[in-house]
Ligand binder design. Sequence first.
Ligand SMILES: NC(=O)c1ccc[n+]([C@@H]2O[C@H](COP(=O)([O-])OP(=O)(O)OC[C@H]3O[C@@H](n4cnc5c(N)ncnc54)[C@H](O)[C@@H]3O)[C@@H](O)[C@H]2O)c1
Ligand SMILES: N[C@@H](CCC(=O)N[C@@H](CSCO)C(=O)NCC(=O)O)C(=O)O
Ligand SMILES: [Zn+2]
Ligand SMILES: [Zn+2]
Length: 380
Amino acid sequence: MLACILCEPHPDYPAAVAYEPSKPLQIENIQVAPPNSGEVRVKIVNTALCHTDFYTLSGKDPEGLFPCILGHEAAGIIESVGDGVTELKPGDHVIPCYQAECRECRACTSGKTNLCGKVRSATGVGVMLSDKTSRFSLNGAPIYHFMGTSTFSEYTVVHDVSVAKINPAAPLDKVCLLGCGIPTGLGAVFNAAKVEAGSTVAVFGLGTVGLAVCEGAKKAGATRIIGIDTNASKYEVATTFGATEFVNPKDHAKPIQEVLVDLTDGGVDYSFECIGNVAVMRAALESCIKGWGTSVIVGVAASGQEISTRPFQLVTGRVWKGTAFGGYKSRTDVPKLVDAYMNKEIKLDEYVTHNFKLDDINHAFDLLEAGKCLRAVIHM
Ligand SMILES: NC(=O)c1ccc[n+]([C@@H]2O[C@H](COP(=O)([O-])OP(=O)(O)OC[C@H]3O[C@@H](n4cnc5c(N)ncnc54)[C@H](O)[C@@H]3O)[C@@H](O)[C@H]2O)c1
Ligand SMILES: N[C@@H](CCC(=O)N[C@@H](CSCO)C(=O)NCC(=O)O)C(=O)O
Ligand SMILES: [Zn+2]
Ligand SMILES: [Zn+2]
């Protein structure tokens, strides 16, 4: 039975607060206000770290605000709901999602995108939509939300349209990963690129997102899955996710796109950039075969960075596109991905390399930066 934090006079709960760019998070006992209309308060049970948390902490995210509570790959249990919330109730097991799905806005009803517009204006500036303020504070001073999720906190408040209700039998310390990186990689293959059997695929960056691309490409029947990473220690694990061969850019004097074009009789059918490096994005596009090769940008590049290539690359039939959350609709598709995991159709356990308590979250950030972990799961 969950204790009702509404009944307690001054509930303080631990959260990892990011006060300044590139500084360690500080564990504080913060106050988490009750949910307003259209909001729910969630007890976070597990949260993992994604490279995007590291990116925003670095100070390079134009939407990064401080102090804030980072975290967007988590699972938990609804503790209380605000007025007008009809589809969620206390006790529901949920995955808070950074992509909302209101099912009413132009985007949601278009049938063409997962990029719901309902709450994005508020989540981009670290507040809740109803009153444009934060539900987090410390000694009366507000702390910004992040990506509409802020899961590095024992309790968080999120918009109801951003919450996927999931099978209560699912292990939260594993399905928390379905909040970001793995759906992103799988969806990049199935929804964005639509990889066909027999394809040759290049995956730039073999972190969790790139490995999920490898897993998806293998499921799609790709015959060659070429992993490219400057960290050779990633190759062994990538083999278990479906990569069939590897190229280390450090081993070659010529541009990596030339290496790949030579290796593949003119270029790959599909490439995926899972790093966030604009030079690699160009290389990924130029590794594609002319006429039909498609390159999908998944990585998030820093403020001020721009992509470029010769227009001739596109004139000659290559396609350059990108994906957010793999094109999956959060409330509709995340519960299905949980079921796919429960049915052993997709991997999750294999991506978890470390488990920590919230107190050790800075160590988890260090491992991610050093390329020494895939997903580190925090047990709140
Ligand atoms: N579009 C989306 O919806 C979405 C969702 C999740 C993550 N992301 C982004 O995807 C990227 C990957 O996230 P992750 O959590 O897997 O990160 P990660 O840090 O675990 O993995 C990145 C990998 O890239 C490799 N790498 C770095 N520089 C390289 C280079 N120049 N050439 C080749 N390899 C290089 C690293 O060694 C590492 O293995 C990040 O930019 C993240 O912000 C985007
Ligand atoms: N604030 C960032 C946004 C970067 C970005 O592209 N984010 C991805 C999700 S990364 C998850 O790990 C995304 O889905 N974007 C769509 C959206 O935010 O609506 C910046 O401006 O650089
Ligand atoms: Zn993420
Ligand atoms: Zn919508």
